[in-house]
Ligand binder design. Sequence first.
Ligand SMILES: *Cc1c(COP(=O)(O)O)cnc(C)c1O
Length: 462
Amino acid sequence: MLDSAKQNRKAPSQMRSIPAMDALLSEEWTEPWLKQLGRGTVKRVFDAALAELRRRIAADEAPLAPDAIRSALADALARRAGRGLRRIINATGVVIHTNLGRSCLADEAVEAVRMTASRYGNLEYDVEEGTRGSRNSHVEDDVRELTGAEAALVVNNNAGAVLLCLSALAHSTEVVVSRGELVEIGGAFRVPDIMAFSGALLVEVGTTNRTHLSDYEAAITDRTSMLLKVHPSNFRIIGFTSAPKREDMAALAHSRGLVMMEDAGSGLLVDGADLGLSGEASVGACIASGCDLVTFSGDKMLGGPQIGVIVGKKCLVDQLRNHPAARALRVDKMTLAAFAATARLYRLGELDRVPTLAMLRRSGESMEEQARRIASAIGGVAVQVEDAVGGGSHPEHPIPGWGAVLPCGGAGGAGRLLAALRSRSTPILCGARGDAAVIHVRTLLPGDEEEVIAAFQRLVPN
Ligand SMILES: *Cc1c(COP(=O)(O)O)cnc(C)c1O
C-alpha cells in the first residue's frame, strides 16, 4: 500500500519532466531531422517515443535523465530514417545476392533509365507511322538476336513469365514435370503453386533423383499440352541421378503435338564457359535444342534489371501478347530502358561493362592485388576465399576469390565487428571465418574499397 502511494506521488513530478512537443521541435538538434524527415513524421516519432516514456514512468521503471530522453528520441528518429531503401556495401563475395537487389546495373543502363524516366519517349508510339506502337518492340530484336529465338516478349519478372505461359497455353490441361524439378526458389516461387495458380494441371513423373524419357512418355494423355523442364536453381541432386536430354524431351513433345517449355531461371546469354561456369546451358542452347518456349530472369546472370523474358516460337509468343495476364505483368518504361541498354552491351561484346559479368569474370590477379591492398591498410592478411554466383545459380560450385581477413581477438569479436559494420549509415556486409571478419573483394564496386578501409580503421584501431 505504502509503496504504491509513494509511486503515485512520484509519477506526476516525473511526468512533468517529459519535454513538451513544441519545445522539442524547436531545439537545435532536431533541425536536421525536420529537414530530412519532414515535420509531420518527426512529430509522429516523438509522439510514440514520449508515450513510451510516460508508460515507463507510470510503471515505475527507472526514469530517464533529460540527456537520455533526447538520445532515445534521436535513436527513434534514426531508426525511422533508416527504413526505406539504402545503399549497402557487398563484401560477401556473393555476386547475385537476392537480398541485396541481385544485379547492379551498368552505367549505360542507369543513364538510359534517367533519360526515359525524366522525358517523354516513344514507349508505345510508332514515330514513322504516327500510330500506337508496342513497348515490347524496343527489345524484341535484341533478344531474338542474342538467343536465336523467333520471337520474344518481356514481362515483370521470370515468375510472371512462367505464369503467363502456363495461363495462356496450358490452362485446364496437363503439364508434365519431373519430380526432381518441383523446386521452391527463394522468395516463395514454388513450381506447383505457380502451376495451380495458372490453372494448369500438374502431372509429376519420375522420382526425386531419376526421371527417364519413358516416364514423360507414359504420362502423356489426350489432356496433355506441355512438357515443362525447370532449372533446379539453388538446389542440386547429386549422385545416382538421371534426366533426359533436352533434345530428346523436345523430340518427344513434338512427336505428340505438345509444347516443350523450359524455365531456365538465370538466363545465360553467353556460353557458361566464358564466365568460368561449366555445365550451364545458355538460353540460345536451349532454343537450339528444340525448346519451343524458354523463360528467364533479367537480373540474375544476365546482369540487367528485374524483368522476365519469354523467347521461342512466334506462333506461341503471339498467343501470349494479348492475354490479360500480359497486360497485368507488363514492364515499366524504366525497366525496359535498362534492359535495352544492357542487351546493347551484349551485342557489342562489352561484357565487362555489365557489373555482374565483370564480377564473375574478375581475374585472380586483380582480386589478389586488391585483397593485399586492403589487408595491409587494416592490418589483416590476404587469403584465397570461396565466392558464390548466388541468385540460385551454380550452388554446388563456389568460385575461387580473394579476401582480406582480419582476426577479431576471439570471444565473439567477429560477430560484434560484423554487427558494427551493419549498423553504419551505409552498412557493410562481409563474411566470417571462425573468429575473423573476411572482406571478399570480388563484389566491391568502385569507391567501396576506400569506405571499407576507413570503416575498419575506425572500428578496429591498431
Ligand atoms: C529465379 C528463378 C525464378 C524466379 O524468377 P524471378 O525473376 O525472381 O521472378 C523462377 N524459376 C527459376 C528456375 C529461377 O531460378
